[in-house]
Each structure stands twice: as structure tokens, then as C-alpha cells.
Design a protein around this ligand. Structure first.
Ligand SMILES: [Zn+2]
Length: 108
């Protein structure tokens, strides 16, 4: 559970990953790539479920079903790979923030 919680990089308020703005300091929150990818994975999985239903009702031919399912599974694998990297980026961003290297303020 605590894994999904993020801190606002500006005021350190606890924010939900899907929030775009910090409710405390009103700053725009950095978008969590891992969260976005996770949503896409969830969507792909639900598409496969719906496809399974349609196939079991005989509305989709086996060839189309297997083809589509394979495409979604491939996409999920790609997304999962991307999520590993994105999680690391999120962690790095939080670590940078923790040591005072966060929030680029027009540094030159
Ligand atoms: Zn804030």
C-alpha cells in the first residue's frame, strides 16, 4: 500500500499517484510514469478478459482471438519492462529530492 504513496517534491505532503496537483501547495506534481504504465497494463488485461468473453460466446473467430490476444500479451510484456525502468526513475527522483537535488528551479 505505502508503495503507491508519493510525496509532493515541494512541500512533502503525501499525494496519490494519480493526482496532478498537490492539494497543499498547489504545485504541479511530476507525473509518475510507472503509474501511467500500470494503468495501461490494467487496461490491456481487461481487454483480454473482454476478448475471452466474446470468444467464448462465439462472436470472435479463433484466428482473430489468438492474434489479438497475442498482441495484447506482447504489449503487456513491453509495458511491464517499461515499468521496471520507470519505477527506478521514480525512486531516483525521490532520492534526489530527499538529498536536496529535487525540483529543478531554472538551474543553469
Ligand atoms: Zn505540495
Amino acid at each position: 500500500m505505502s508503495e503507491s504513496l508519493l510525496d509532493c517534491p515541494y512541500c512533502f505532503a503525501v499525494v496519490e499517484p494519480e493526482w496532478r496537483w498537490c492539494p497543499v501547495c498547489r504545485c504541479r506534481l511530476p507525473e509518475s510514469k510507472a503509474y501511467v504504465l500500470e494503468q495501461q497494463i490494467v487496461k490491456c488485461k481487461s481487454l483480454i478478459e473482454k476478448l475471452n468473453e466474446r470468444f467464448s460466446m462465439g462472436e470472435v473467430s479463433e484466428k482473430a482471438y489468438l492474434d489479438l490476444k497475442g498482441e495484447y500479451q506482447q504489449k503487456i510484456r513491453d509495458l511491464e519492462r517499461g515499468m521496471e525502468a520507470a519505477k527506478l526513475e521514480d525512486e531516483k527522483a525521490r532520492a534526489r529530492n530527499a538529498i536536496g537535488d529535487g525540483a529543478p528551479m531554472n538551474q543553469t
